[in-house]
Design a binder for this molecule. Structure first.
Ligand code: EPU
Length: 431
């Protein structure tokens, strides 16, 4: 892989527990992506709070502005949009190809304007990312879908989208968000079945309901949506949830490299799966209302191996699979990883193996990790944001210096990571 842009230079702790302090979790990338995507559902002023200051949000903001939506103000972690006018419904192909989350925007856009024009969205390198649920779902709501010059064109009939029943073949986070929003403006009733139930979806649904939408069944796999007219300027702000994936990653960092680390500004009930597994392994975790504390007084703790199978929420998140893999290189005995959500999300295991992990990758979904093995620092290349952070954690516990290249992937999802890690004692520089 060729290095691009900035890199992190990290002096590893060589297995010592030298980190300590408090780290606050930022707003959730994926909640913010859907919250920004909801802007076209409204005609008026729309305020978002606790927005992470990350590249993905900058890109989506650019797309909104290119659609004619006004960015009224951008303050610290707060964005205000004016969506009174929309001048077009064509999603910038260059930005969209680099941002999978932009696909969510198609729902509100088609619902409000009757059409959308967009390329196959891009994103991380974690295997095939099909959009068949989106294309099939839009057809079910009455649209015509065509593909011209690698751009999809979706056109609703006169009178707009028509409510219908959609069954998702897999629980899909972005498809659930997209159709929940599209149905909000469709004529009649839409029933969505086998929906994803990630907390971000419920947060969006509650916000839409407070702004005049009629969505029933939030938090369950069946949603019933009575469509209606364009929503008006919401009288509540959209408060982005704390990022449960960032929080979970920091908990694992604490478990491996800290004497005491308090992760604040998080929602522990969104982290039940990770915390249950880590406690089973022997990690000492204290839960408070909005924070999680990881304490380890032993210099050489023994952690039990785990059998991790990724699963839709509330199961073990695929977005923490690379992170828990680093942890398992330090557990005593044979651990298993079974990635069930994505086709090609085990690449990081080859790198962890080169750093010293005793890892066998059986196929694109399953691997065995035998620990504990010390890790050695080296040059690594982030392929995506989650694996990138896993390399940062591996470099932290390794001995010697590591260089994590392609930090722009990490910057897509984590705000000022290096500054925050320095605060808890890590020797990390961005160059
Ligand atoms: N799927 C299809 N067809 C579709 C859509 C999805 O077959 O049209 C399949 C996928 O291939 C996958 C399964 O459905 O096997 C579930 O994928 P899902 O659609 O839920 O993934 P997503 O909505 O594209 C979101 C997050 C991902 C996160 C997954 C799973 C956003 C913007 N992205 O993706 O986040 O991994 O849910 O929880 O919300 C990340 O943040 O690093 C990230 C990749």
């Amino acid at each position: 892989m060729t290095p691009e842009g900035p890199k992190f230079v990290i002096q590893g702790l060589g297995g010592k527990r030298l980190l300590s302090g408090k780290l606050a979790v930022n707003g959730s990338k994926n909640d913010a992506l859907q919250a920004l995507s909801a802007v076209p559902l409204f005609a008026g002023i729309y305020k978002l709070k606790n927005v992470p200051e990350i590249e993905d949000i900058n890109k989506l903001t650019e797309i909104l502005v290119s659609l004619g939506i006004k960015l009224v103000s951008r303050k610290s972690h707060e964005l205000i949009f004016d969506s009174s006018k929309l001048s077009n419904s064509s999603i910038d192909p260059e930005i969209s190809k680099r941002l999978r989350g932009s696909v969510i925007l198609t729902g509100p856009l088609i619902a409000r304007t009757g059409s959308a024009y967009f390329p196959h969205p891009g994103g991380c390198v974690i295997g095939e990312r099909p959009i068949d649920f989106f294309l099939d779902g839009f057809k079910t709501l009455g649209t015509k879908v065509t593909l011209e010059d690698k751009m999809y064109k979706i056109e609703a009939p006169k009178g707009g989208l028509k409510g219908a029943e959609i069954f998702f073949r897999y629980q899909s986070v972005t498809a659930t968000e997209t159709f929940m929003m599209a149905a909000t403006l469709a004529r009649g009733v839409t029933i969505l079945k086998n929906c994803a139930i990630e907390p971000e979806i419920e947060n969006l649904g509650n916000f839409l309901n407070k702004s005049g939408a009629k969505i029933e069944g939030l938090g369950t796999t069946t949603l019933k949506i009575r469509g209606g007219k364009l929503l008006h300027a919401p009288n509540v702000d959209y408060k982005i949830l704390p990022d449960r994936i960032e929080a979970g990653s920091l908990i694992v960092l604490g478990a491996l490299a800290a004497k005491k680390l308090e992760i604040t500004n998080c929602e522990p009930k969104h982290l039940e799966s990770l915390i249950t597994w880590l406690r089973l392994s022997g990690v000492k975790i204290t839960i408070k209302s909005n924070s999680v504390i990881v304490i380890e007084n032993r210099s050489d703790p023994v952690f039990a191996p785990l059998k991790i199978r990724t699963h839709e929420y509330p199961g073990f998140p695929t977005d923490l699979q690379a992170i828990i893999s680093v942890f398992l290189t330090q557990a005593t005995g044979e651990s298993k990883i079974f990635e069930t959500i994505f086709e090609d999300r085990l690449h990081h295991l080859h790198i962890l193996k080169e750093m010293g992990g005793n890892i066998t990758v059986h196929d694109a979904h399953r691997a065995t990790i035998i620990g504990p093995t010390p890790l050695q620092g080296r040059h690594v290349y982030s392929p995506d944001l989650r694996a990138g952070l896993a390399y940062v954690i591996a470099a932290t516990i390794a001995s010697g210096e590591s260089v994590v290249h392609n930090v722009h992937y990490i910057d897509r999802g984590y705000e000022r990571l290096e500054e925050r890690l320095r605060q808890i004692g890590l020797n990390i520089k961005k160059e």
